[in-house]
Design a binder for this molecule. Structure first.
Ligand SMILES: N[C@@H](CCC(=O)N[C@@H](CS)C(=O)NCC(=O)O)C(=O)O
Length: 216
């Protein structure tokens, strides 16, 4: 299986965590290479990554959550992203949506705004994104209060979503201080081998993150 990815991409981190949790063999193809970028655009003209290409089954998949479910079906391992129990599965999918839609999306909007030329920036939109992050932090702080991981006692798809979302969101709209439960959860994620590896691998690219100077 081939993963088209970039080592700074939050949605690619989400899939990498699942791959690393299970020690799944795959071929990483980094989008910095022009020939790789050309192949990726031909496979997925939406121009979004990650993209998984499964040559053996002739399948091309985008959307991080779907890629993770696909990997669970085609290359299962000890890490099971969706719990067997139906109620736990619903909670996992709900948490996955909360992290993608209300943490990742506003975080990406703030980062994208910073990358625009000064005259094209949108302070109103950035303000709205910051307010959404504040609301999401408050909701999540309560929801995970008695949980080790995002959906309960086991690591799931929801944690694959949470790790990149919270890591980057904390850089653009710091949560530490106001949200101790969420901050401690982010620390637990960062201590996990799979996510620690993702964070190490980002290092050479980190100066390209537009908030790197402020965020450290
Ligand atoms: N809904 C997609 C979102 C993927 C996404 O937004 N990826 C970002 C990188 S983290 C991207 O492709 N950015 C390039 C662009 O939007 O031009 C998923 O869940 O995988």
């Amino acid at each position: 299986m081939i993963l088209y990815y970039h080592p700074l991409s939050s949605y690619c981190w989400k899939v990498l965590i699942a791959l690393y949790e299970n020690g799944t063999a795959f071929e990483p193809r980094m989008l910095e290479e022009p020939s790789v970028a050309e192949a990726w655009m031909a496979l997925w003209p939406l121009g979004k990554f990650p993209v998984l290409r499964d040559e053996a089954r002739d399948r091309t998949l985008g959307e991080a959550s779907i890629i993770i479910e696909y990997l669970d079906r085609c290359a299962p391992g000890p890490f099971r992203p969706i719990p067997q129990d139906a109620d736990a599965a619903i909670e996992t999918r709900l948490m996955d949506r909360l992290f993608d839609n209300y943490v990742m999306t506003p975080m990406q909007a703030i980062v994208a705004d910073r990358l625009r030329p000064e005259e094209a920036r949108d302070p109103h939109g950035v303000g709205e994104a910051r307010r959404m992050l504040g609301k999401a932090y408050a909701l999540l702080e309560e929801r995970i209060a008695d949980r080790r991981w995002a959906a309960g006692e086991d690591l799931t798809l929801a944690d694959c979503a949470a790790a990149p979302a919270l890591f980057y969101a904390d850089k653009v709209e710091p949560m530490r201080g106001g949200f101790p439960i969420l901050s401690a959860y982010l620390d637990r994620l960062a201590a996990r081998d799979s996510f620690a590896r993702v964070l190490r691998e980002k290092e050479p690219w980190w100066p390209n993150f537009p908030f790197a100077d402020e965020a450290g």
